[in-house]
Design a protein around this ligand. Structure first.
Ligand code: SF4
Ligand code: SF4
Length: 292
């Protein structure tokens, strides 16, 4: 049970908006197809902007996760079996929504022998078949215990951008990412990059969970040493009072300073700001780094 009173939100944290008629239309398409977007489920404040640009983040393989990260609002439990129609539904929905850039992500599926890699590949293939111009970024779980098999499967249809979030600094893993391992996650990024040197790799952190700025800088160095090209840094927001509290609101100036540090370390794309999410402006971030 929470004991600390939530901090007051500073002015730079925007509230969510309901969006334009176009956003409403896209939401209807999603309801008809029974698909989940992170944009809606997380009440992402950038939704109007992203949908308006033809970008959305889909959550595949259901909405029940086998892990329980105390910052995350996704339900925990035993997931449903995979929906074999999902790749086709997803691909048609992307077409009907007129999207140009999609991020496909999933809950952790520690119950599946390949961690869900095969379903990711089906979704990438079918999405491209129905949307020849589309760019597909995947934001993957850590495939813990299944890295070899998952990487071999992803070789069959590599994405345009490979994203795996470290989420926080290693000292806070036990509290914030139980079931995950900092070095395992770093190695996932490194090993994907070794297999696909031309596919940009990407990672991100949420700030405000109690990390020190020096710890964040150390993570940025680790990411570069493990072949990570692109970076997102955003403010952690507490989804409900039962989730980890916000320890601190990092100022826009601090986000700017960290972006400078990241660029100096050699990240080719950096998005850093209070409202930045892993998929925020994903299309624009990728525009400069995807090989034609
Ligand atoms: Fe969706 Fe990501 Fe944009 Fe939020 S930032 S609306 S989750 S694509
Ligand atoms: Fe949420 Fe991902 Fe953790 Fe599952 S593994 S609880 S979806 S952050």
């Amino acid at each position: 049970t929470p004991t600390e009173r939530p901090l007051r939100k500073p002015a730079w944290i925007r509230a969510r908006t309901h969006g334009s008629p176009e956003v409403q239309r896209l939401k209807r398409v999603l309801r008809e197809q029974n698909l989940h977007t992170v944009c809606e489920e997380a009440s992402c404040p950038n939704l109007g902007e992203c949908f308006g640009h033809g970008t959305a983040t889909f959550m595949i393989m259901g909405d029940i996760c086998t892990r329980r990260c105390p910052f995350c609002d996704v339900a925990h439990g035993r997931p449903e079996p995979l929906d074999q129609n999902e790749p086709e539904n997803l691909a048609r929905t992307i077409r009907d929504m007129g999207l140009r850039y999609v991020v496909i992500t999933s809950v952790d599926r520690d119950d599946l022998r390949d961690g869900g890699a095969g379903h990711f590949v089906s979704c990438i293939r079918t999405t491209r078949a129905h949307n020849p111009e589309i760019r597909v970024e995947i934001l993957v779980p850590d495939f813990r215990g299944r890295m070899d098999v998952a990487l071999a499967i992803l070789d069959e249809a590599p994405p345009d951008v490979f994203n795996h979030n470290l989420e926080t600094v290693p000292r806070l893993y036990r509290e914030a990412r139980p079931g995950s391992d900092y070095h395992w996650s770093l190695n996932l990024i490194r090993r994907f990059k070794e297999r696909h040197p031309h596919v940009p790799t990407k990672s991100g952190l949420m700030l405000g969970l109690g990390e020190e700025i020096e710890e964040v800088e150390a993570v940025l160095r680790d990411l570069r040493e493990h072949g990570c090209d692109m970076l997102t840094l955003g403010q952690y927001l507490q989804p409900t009072l039962h989730h980890l509290p916000v320890k601190r609101y990092v100022t826009p100036e601090e986000f700017d300073r960290l972006a400078d540090v990241a660029r100096a370390l050699g990240f080719s794309q950096v998005a850093s700001g209070p409202m930045v999410r892993s998929s925020y402006h994903a299309d624009q971030q990728a525009a400069g780094v995807i090989a034609e």
